[in-house]
Design a binder for this molecule. Structure first.
Ligand code: ATP
Length: 368
């Protein structure tokens, strides 16, 4: 199943204390990632965080300043790209325009001296895998963007690499096709059981495709966790706001234990939260992160222990309704509710109360 566990057939990949300097600047700073065989790991982060640099180091296009790359427990440091057993799909696919689709897929086998008959049968097998078995005689220009991408994937897989590297592979596709291709690539990755690194700056893509997501910021690893943990229980304010929208509210920590905390919000009300990240004492200034779907808009009450506000505006967004609520300290808080539950839009000026849809959804960090 596409959501099944990683395949033990794939090779492990260890990035051990990887550092990359360009002159005085640190592009990658002591990154360690221990990747299981068959796992799909997304490298996620804003532009310039070091994703591409890490990918190029794994591929062997770039020699790291410090640290080691181990594939299947063996060091590949110093090996050129063609001796690393790595398949790569680039953002622009980089297909050879003058070759047929089948010749493109067979290219790596030809370069390795595989005989013609085997080249043909292997290329056909790979094209069948990506559901393009009937288009082998076309040239890349006669294919759609999504089909070209599948050819690039078939070409990368044809040489039976230990590791598959995907460099922003969906960037050139429109939104609907992108979702189809994400599902398709995940299916193929599961079928082949190949350990895969996906470089992306698209949060949804990383969260939906990866077994684990490595979030990078300014060359440093911020968090390496399964997608639900990254989204629900981020380790830092950076991860919290980078992987989804978040309302940030200031407050003071009242008390906390290992499983929960309570915060008095500047905007009014006391809220039960997740356990604060880091060692925070009662009385500390904190930032509370509430995702828009963590809240519901309820009728106003006179209770002083609640978070009260006034509707600024409401937007129906197809599946959800989003209201922007101005709360006591002037912060604009976004609330997203399923439209099946919230059938009415509230008029601007309506006094309301914001209630968490469940206890302990909010994350808490030391105030920035
Ligand atoms: P993007 O999403 O924009 O591709 P990225 O996360 O892939 O960004 P990298 O391309 O790995 O980031 O770059 C990391 C940092 O290293 C950036 O600050 C970049 O400017 C710098 N950098 C990358 N290549 C070089 C180079 N050849 N010489 C000097 N600095 C470089």
């Amino acid at each position: 199943s596409p959501n099944g566990p990683a395949s033990p057939r794939g090779q492990t990949l260890l990035l051990d204390g990887i550092t990359q300097r360009y002159g005085a600047s640190l592009a990658v700073n002591e990154v360690t990632l221990d990747i299981r065989g068959g796992e799909l790991v997304a490298l996620l982060g804003p532009s310039g965080c070091g994703k591409t640099t890490l990918l190029r180091i794994i591929a062997g296009f770039l020699a790291q300043t410090k640290g080691h790359v181990m594939v299947g427990g063996k060091s590949v440091d110093g090996l050129p790209p063609n001796r690393r057993s790595v398949g790569i799909v680039f953002q622009n696919y980089a297909l050879f325009p003058h070759m047929t689709v089948a010749e493109n897929v067979a290219y790596g086998l030809d370069a390795r001296g595989v005989d013609r008959a085997t080249q043909r049968s292997e290329a056909q097998r790979m094209l069948d895998l990506v559901k393009l078995g009937h288009l082998g005689d076309r040239t890349p220009r006669q294919l759609s963007g999504g089909q070209q991408q599948r050819v690039a994937l078939a070409r990368a897989l044809a040489v039976n690499p230990s590791i598959l590297l995907l460099d922003e592979p969906f960037a050139a596709l429109d939104k609907n096709l992108r979702l189809d291709m994400q599902i398709e690539v995940k299916r193929i990755q599961r079928l082949s059981g190949i350990t895969t690194i996906l470089v992306t700056h698209d949060q949804e893509e990383a969260l939906s495709m990866a077994d684990r997501v490595a979030v990078l910021s300014q060359g440093r690893l911020e968090q390496f966790s399964p997608p639900t943990e990254i989204y629900d229980a981020p380790d830092s304010l950076f991860v919290n706001t980078f992987v989804g929208s978040a309302n940030l509210l200031g407050g003071v920590l009242v008390d906390s234990d290992r499983s929960a905390g309570r915060v008095r919000l500047d905007a009014g009300g006391l809220i039960e939260t997740r356990a604060p990240k880091g060692d925070l004492q009662p009385g500390s200034r904190v930032t509370v992160c509430l995702r828009p779907e963590h809240l519901s808009v309820d009728p106003a009450t006179s209770d002083a222990e609640t978070l009260n506000g006034v509707v600024e505006m409401g937007l129906p967004l197809g599946a959800t309704v989003v209201h922007e609520i101005r709360v006591g300290d002037g912060t604009a808080v976004k609330v997203s509710e399923p439209r099946i539950q919230r059938t009415d839009l509230l008029a601007p000026g309506t006094p309301v109360r914001l209630a968490p849809v469940a206890p302990r959804l909010a994350s808490v960090f030391a105030a920035a």
